[in-house]
Each structure stands twice: as C-alpha cells, then as structure tokens.
Design a protein around this ligand. Structure first.
Ligand SMILES: [Zn+2]
Length: 69
C-alpha cells in the first residue's frame, strides 16, 4: 500500500510506500509519514503517482482561480 500525504512544511503532495517512516520532500524537509496528514491511499506506485499529480493539478487550478477570479 502507498500513502499520499502533504509535506508538513511546504504542503506539496508526496507519496510513500506503507511502512517507510520518513520521506524527504524536494523542499528539503524530512517528513515523518506518521506525523503527516494522509490524504489518500493507493494500491500501486503508479496509482500513487497519478493521485499526487491529480491533487497537485487541483491545487494549482485553485491557485489559478484565486489569482484570476
Ligand atoms: Zn516540502
């Protein structure tokens, strides 16, 4: 199982295979998976990656809407 969660620092969506305790975010923060808020679960690496992309796009869409709305 893979868990999708947000970086506790920058809020970026990340995913990590279940059982792994930390994940280093591209922003440089080492996120404790157990301490982060899980937003979704996925069965496979591929599904997790697709979820992260969808969530990120949704977030960017909202930012876009705020900026021009
Ligand atoms: Zn981060």
């Amino acid at each position: 199982m893979f868990v999708v969660f947000r970086c506790t620092d920058c809020g970026r969506f990340l995913y990590q295979e279940g059982g792994v305790e930390t994940r280093e975010c591209p922003c440089g923060t080492r996120v404790e998976v157990s301490g982060a808020v899980a937003v979704a679960e996925a069965e496979s690496h591929r599904e997790a990656r697709a979820l992260v992309r969808a969530l990120q796009e949704e977030e960017m869409g909202k930012a876009h809407f705020r900026r021009y709305g």
